[in-house]
Structures are given as C-alpha cells and as structure tokens.
Design a protein around this ligand. Sequence first.
Ligand code: ADP
Ligand code: ADP
Ligand code: MG
Length: 671
Amino acid sequence: MFRKILIANRGEIACRVMRTANRLGVATVAVYSEADASAMHVAMADEAVLIGPSPVQESYLVIEKIIDAALRTGAEAIHPGYGFLAENAAFAEACAAASITFIGPPATAIRAMGEKAAAKALMEKANVPIVPGYHGADQDDAVLLQAAADIGYPILIKAVSGGGGKGMRQVDNAERFANALKGARREGLSSFGDDKVLVEKYLERPRHIEIQVFADQQGNVVHLFERDCSVQRRHQKVLEEAPAPGMTPEMRRTMGDAAVAAARAIGYVGAGTVEFIADVSHGLSEDKFYFMEMNTRLQVEHPVTEMITGQDLVEWQLRVAGGEPLPLSQDDLVIDGHAIEARIYSENPQKNFLPATGTLHRLRPPPEGPHLRVDTGVREGDEVSMFYDPMIAKLVVWDRDRASALRRLLDGLERYEIAGVITNVNFLAAVAAHPAFAAGDLETGFIEKHKDDLIPAPGAIPDQALALACLDLLLARTGHAASADPHSPWARVDGWRLNGQGHDELSFRDGNGEDEIMVTVHYPSAGGYRLALPGGEMLANGEVDEGGTLWADLDGLRVSAAVVHDGDKVTILSGGRAHRIERTDPMALRDYDLEEGGKVTAPLPGKIVQVHVAAGDNVKKGEPLLILEAMKMEHTIAAPRDAVIAAIPFSPGEQVDEGTELILFEASTDG
Ligand code: ADP
Ligand code: ADP
Ligand code: MG
C-alpha cells in the first residue's frame, strides 16, 4: 500500500478519496486553486499545494502543476477523482514519466475509450452490441446530414469527446440538424477541445443501465453488478440506484459478461464503468441493450455499488494500483439489499435546472449511519462559486429492499437543511415520492414525462411558512432569539416601527418575485403575536435555540423550522420543504414592473458565445437571441416577447455579470 497519495481533484470526490486513505493509514496531499484556499478538501488533507488561479484551465487542469505538487510533497501515486484529468491519457503518461503511479487504467485503455466514436468501433469488433449510427472519421456537414437521414430521425449528435451530458444535441428533423450540429461542435470544442461528433439513433424509451467493472494487473476482471441511472436532466444523472428495478439474473449475467468483455478488449486495469442504454419500449429484454460508452474512472454514483456489495471501491483502486490482486472473485461478490443515491445540486428546477451560485448560509445534512451516507465537499458558510460543478452533496441510502430504501431517501431529503442557494432538494423529494418512481417505472425521459408533478408552478407561499418567517423576525427584534445577531438584517428596526394603533405591517415578495404579501401583526396582551396572513389569522409564539432552530407554536400546533436570512432573502426550512421569500422594505420597493416589459438579463455570470440577432431585427417570442456560456454550459437566451431589437451592447467573447441587460428592445407599441 502507498505511503502517501495526491488527489488531483476538489470537492466531494477529493474528500471521499481521503476518507478511505485516512482509514488505511495513507497520507494525503490536496491541491487547490485560489478560490479553494479554505475548502473542505484542503482542510481534510495532511498537506496541500496551491496550484494557481480559480479557473480550472489555470489550476486543476494543468498537468505540470499537479505533477510538480506530487514531486514536491513526495506523493507516490495520484488519484484523479472524476472529471478534470481523470480520463486524460496524457496525464496518465505524465505520471508514469515522473515515476508516479496513476491510480487508474493504463493510458492506452483511456485512449481506446476516450473517444466515443473509436470506442464504438472497438466494441463492434469485440461483439458488444452498440447503438446504430455513424461514427466515421469524415466530419463533413453533408456526410453527417446524410448519415442522420439514413439512421432515421430522431437522432442524437454527440461530441465524440463529450462527457457529463455536454456536447449532445437531440434532433427531430432535418431542418434542425445544421444548428444542432453547430451547437454540439462548439460545446465539444470549448469543453473538451475537440469538435468531432458522431450521430446515432435516438432511442425513444431508453433506460440507462451501467455495469461497474474492476480489473487487476494480473488479468482478473470482475463486475460488481449494475446501476440504473435513468433519472436524468440535461442528459445528466440525478438519481441512481442498484440493483436496477426489474433486472433478471439472466439479463444481469448477459450485461455483466458484455461489460467484462469490453474491459478485456482494451486491457483494462482498475475501476471502470460500461454504460449501456436499454430500449424498454417492450420492457427490459436481453437482446435490447447497447453499449454507449465506457467511463475509465471511478463514477460519481459508485457509492450505491459500495452499499449493496459492502466493498470500498477506492480501497480496491488503491490496492490494484499498488499491484495487489482483486480483493474478491466474481463468485464472492453478492448483492445485499438496495441502495439509492440522490445528487443534491445548487440549481433551480423551475428554470430548467439552471445552476445557481451563492453562500451556503445553512447546511445541515441528516445524521449518517449504516442506512444513510452523505458524500460532500462543502460545509456551512462555504461558497458555491461559478468556477466549479454546482453539486453540493450526494445522499446515499441503503435498506433491505427498494421500498424501504425509498422511504429512507425521502426521510433523508426532508431532513437535509440547505439555505442560501436554490437547490433541487424539493424536486428530488418529489421524484422519490412519485408513484411511477416507486413502481420502478423508469426511463431517461422520466423527468420530462412527469415534470408537471415534479416541478409544480411556483405557488403562493403557505401561510404556515409565512408565519414562521414573521415569527422569527419578531423574535429577533425583541431579542428573544438566542442568536440576536446584530448583523442580521432582521435586527434592523428602521423600516418598521410600532405605530400608534399597536400593530405593525410586514411586507414580503414571494419566491417567484411577483406577488406582494402583507402581514399585519397585533400584540395581544396575553403574549405572542396575532398575525393577519393572506388565509386568515394565526396566533404565533415560540423561541429560537442556540442551533438556530425555531420552535414555534402556531395556533397550538408545534413545529420546528430553520429560518435563514441572506440580506433581504429569507429561506424557511420546515416540514421537509424549503420556501423562499424576500423581505420588502416599504420605503424601498424595487420597480419590478420594469421587468414585466421583458428585459433580457444574464441569468448567471458568463461569457457571450454567440449572437444570433442584430439591431433592427424583428424577433418572435421564444426565438433564440444569443448564447451565454456559464458554469461550463451553454444557455440559450430567448426572446421574452415579439419585439424589435434596438441594440446589443455585447459581442461574442465578452464577459457579463449576472443581471446584466443583454439585449435592448424598441419600446413596444402594443402596450
Ligand atoms: P456522456 O459522456 O455525456 O455521459 P453518454 O453517451 O453516456 O454521454 O450519454 C448520456 C445520456 O444521454 C445517457 O445516459 C442517455 O440518457 C442519453 N443518451 C445517450 N445516447 C442515447 C441514445 N442513443 N438514445 C437516447 N438517449 C441517449
Ligand atoms: P457521465 O460522464 O456518464 O455523466 P458521471 O455521472 O459519473 O458520468 O459524471 C461525471 C462527469 O460529470 C465528469 O466527467 C465531470 O465532467 C462531470 N461532473 C459531475 N459532477 C462533478 C463534480 N462534482 N465535479 C467535477 N465534475 C463533475
Ligand atoms: Mg455517460
């Protein structure tokens, strides 16, 4: 076993690897960018090396800096985590050249699978079934268009070097092909430095089922069963589980054998995942699954496999990289129970899962135990910045059967307290509670299909949550709150004062930034507060404990909540749900009507990639105006209404701040 390893990554995966290293008595070295100076992975490591500015291109992706850091600290091996340099063959070679062990497969295997096109060709040769399509070298527009026609729409264009759901475009007809091709190429080039694409049949009712494989340097290859990762948004996984619902032992054997054959075909060593897509238009069937790609690294969702096999895959990685044989043989491996992982992201499901940034003013995961595991790389007070992936944590649950695991998932999500950034926790809970999910009726279009149930239109905030916010505010003002933080905006008494009539008015705007809500507060002589809420009156009383939890009594109903303030923004966490409202100072009402006129502003800080329109153009509502690249993804900014473009203050390549007005319209004549 190694004495000391360097982890060439950040966030939850860096922490995850260190957890195992610590248990095995292996010393750890972290690397970090300027933005990460006080990050959790740095604090967890025995040593840490600063490798440059915050953008990944200047830090986490610079091979020489990482190798230098390893040499300087005497690390014998480098674990790449996932993302970043994990599937970079040149990095594996650079490690070898510096006599450092790369904890991963040989560079040749990474290369063989690094390109989706070459990988498909290779798998075809090894008799592994592949999705019908074109993966040739000729990248001529006309050739690709013809290939699409031959395959038959709908088709999928994929950047051959793509990953994480990026560089992919679904195309339903020939008219849309050219634009989609441009988009896939551009994203491929900007994210992976490669604009080559492949075209394949878009399966209409697919399930994503992948097989975890492991190989050692002695030539042994095993698989650790499957994971179902069908619940996805933007072609990226959000919920994963093992075993796959409805999987038969025969199909598991067939898929496992195909995955092991794929690994053998490229002389694989270490942890890898062979991803298959199964056509389930007529149920799961042994002759209806196809190779999609192989990820030559540890996968984000590996914990579900660990939970059902009782194995630590990072430990396996370290042992195999150190030359030891696989800890177990295929026959020793058995499935025990059921595990589900939910990826908690800082993102807004209501805005097509747009990544969100901000400070994690409150971050309290549910307690861990044999049934519940939390893999995270952030702590309360940390920033979710625009530089890196917006994943906050992975919540993993285990139980004897799927129904019990699902109950634990819901419970865990409901107990997860996060405030300061918008998260997908309510959304994940809605998926976990959905009857179709409970029935195991999975497909990659699950979210799209059930989106009305999963992403309800933002409704008015319930009176109870509003009452909790008011109560917290009132308690803070009277100093009853244990925190009584003088910096809390709630400690401000300027905006509202006790008026002659013996009542106060509090005003808020609800989460969608529209409706103004007024609450009148009366002060009964018996104590507490009588709140006149939109739905009626409520008598509220309570106190805030040292941990910041509000213990409330609302008309005799006792509930607990966390009410978190960030400037004027208020998050109320109660009953497993998060509600967001904004306190509006009556003196400083912002003119939201202006926005109604359909301003187009940057939803995130980012870079203008492309401008589709010019001054004087007539545009229709919904028409794409420009493309903004933010948080490693492209966002199409569409026209909010029919309008005439007056001016575009920016050109491609320019950086813009969140909220910047991107397009100016002529004053509309239709009012
Ligand atoms: P990435 O490298 O970005 O993970 P994949 O090739 O693994 O790209 O595909 C990601 C996801 O896109 C899959 O999990 C699946 O949901 C969807 N997908 C990929 N190929 C197809 C296809 N041929 N038909 C339908 N959906 C597909
Ligand atoms: P797939 O490539 O099939 O989507 P995963 O679901 O394991 O497989 O996604 C991992 C990919 O997604 C990585 O290659 C990386 O680009 C990106 N990614 C996802 N989460 C993170 C994260 N927290 N940090 C860095 N990269 C991430
Ligand atoms: Mg994939």
